[in-house]
Design a binder for this molecule. Structure first.
Ligand code: F6R
Length: 365
């Protein structure tokens, strides 16, 4: 079952080009069409005035990326909330909002209960993004998009996450199109970005030999910080979650601009700081955040783009992601943080596929 791989997580990380291509296939065939979600003529999705995303864990981080896409591409307000929080608070419902649940397994109890709670508040319009056909959450939802990642066995989610991001990007572009916010040039551009994605992800996987020596430096550490900004901030959160889940190293993610509002106090020579630093409009801001870290002796591990000009220097290690896929850049940057967690776990000798205290599908509260 494992083929040439040692762990399911490793296999699933390397299956991402295929999982993504399989998920993208239907989008390339139909374009950004509401039919992809089960809304044949767009009657339901056209009415949407905003989006409320509900999910847990890694799926919540996928939703956190989607917020940026939905607001910037579809120009619709979007909020993202942890399902276990939403279900127990007195939320103010707006039935014109689309409820989007994201769940790999489709069986996560908190997400299911959050959906039911939203429905009890008058939300008739729900959409499930799910990897398991006919599981509980898609069955309880009006619309559904199935990611085609194939079975995910490793407890730490990898290919489910990146395919969820494709589904959510497709949702943002579809809502934009229905709302008259996507011209045909942008549509062609976005479809082209999707078409190129599996190849770009393969290039990112080829960084593995460069990441292994980083993992050796991480394995004796007790703490790590992950920084990102904008649409890459949730990728920092996902990277920190992967590291803590499978290596038991305490990792925290911060929006880089928050550093000086508190966490900078943690930084000293013993603190490795991972920075997601793509070559986007926020790069200069990220660089000044990096200087703040360096000035306190923190060691920087930077994931940059091929075309950005920063050099390695004392205490600053840089790995460049091979090619930039524009608006889909967060998907590309998810790959090296998965690999870093995986190889750090190998170096520590922890049980990669079955980390202590965790279950693959959380059907209890
Ligand atoms: C982390 C991880 C969990 C799940 C979470 C939600 O690697 O796998 O955080 O993402 O338990 O699970 P699903 O997506 O099945 O609802």
């Amino acid at each position: 079952e494992l083929g040439p791989y040692n762990h399911f997580m490793q296999k699933e990380i390397h299956e991402q080009p295929k999982a993504l291509a399989d998920t993208i296939e239907q989008v390339l065939e139909e374009g950004f069409s509401p039919a992809l979600f089960g809304d044949a003529d767009g009657e339901l999705l056209r009415q949407v005035e905003g989006v409320q995303i509900l999910a847990c864990g890694t799926s919540f981080y996928a939703g956190s990326v989607a917020k940026y896409w939905i607001e910037s591409i579809a120009k619709l307000p979007c909020t993202v909330e942890i399902a276990s929080e939403y279900r127990y608070r007195e939320a103010v419902a707006n039935p014109k909002y689309l409820i989007v649940t994201i769940s790999q397994s489709g069986e996560t109890l908190d997400t299911m209960e959050a959906l039911k709670y939203a429905q009890s508040l008058g939300h008739d319009l729900s959409l499930s993004i799910c990897n398991v056909r006919e599981s509980a959450i898609p069955r309880a939802s009006r619309l559904v998009f199935y990611t085609r990642a194939g079975a995910e066995i490793g407890v730490a989610s990898t290919k489910a996450f990146t395919t969820q991001l494709v589904a959510l990007f497709t949702l943002a572009a579809t809502l934009a199109k229905l709302g008259g916010k996507l011209n045909s040039d942008s549509e062609a551009h976005h479809l082209d970005a999707l078409r190129q994605l599996p190849g770009s992800v393969q290039h990112a996987l080829n960084l593995e030999p460069q990441i292994k020596p980083w993992a050796d430096r991480f394995s004796p550490k007790h703490h790590a910080l992950y920084l990102g900004r904008g649409v890459h901030y949730p990728i920092a959160m996902e990277g920190a979650l992967k590291l803590k889940e499978i290596t038991y190293i305490h990792a925290e993610a911060y929006a880089a601009g928050e550093l000086k509002h508190g966490p900078l106090a943690l930084v000293d020579e013993a603190m490795p700081v991972v920075v997601i630093a793509p070559n986007d409009s926020l790069l200069e801001k990220v660089k000044s955040n990096m200087q703040e870290v360096r000035a306190r002796g923190g060691e920087l591990f930077v994931f940059a783009d091929l075309d950005s000009h920063f050099g390695e220097s004392d205490g600053v290690h840089v790995i460049r992601t091979p090619r930039h896929v524009g608006v889909l850049s967060p998907i590309l940057h998810a790959i090296p943080v998965q690999l870093l967690a995986y190889h750090t776990a190998l170096a520590k000798g922890t049980d990669v596929d079955k980390p202590r205290n965790l279950a693959k599908s959380v059907t209890v509260e």
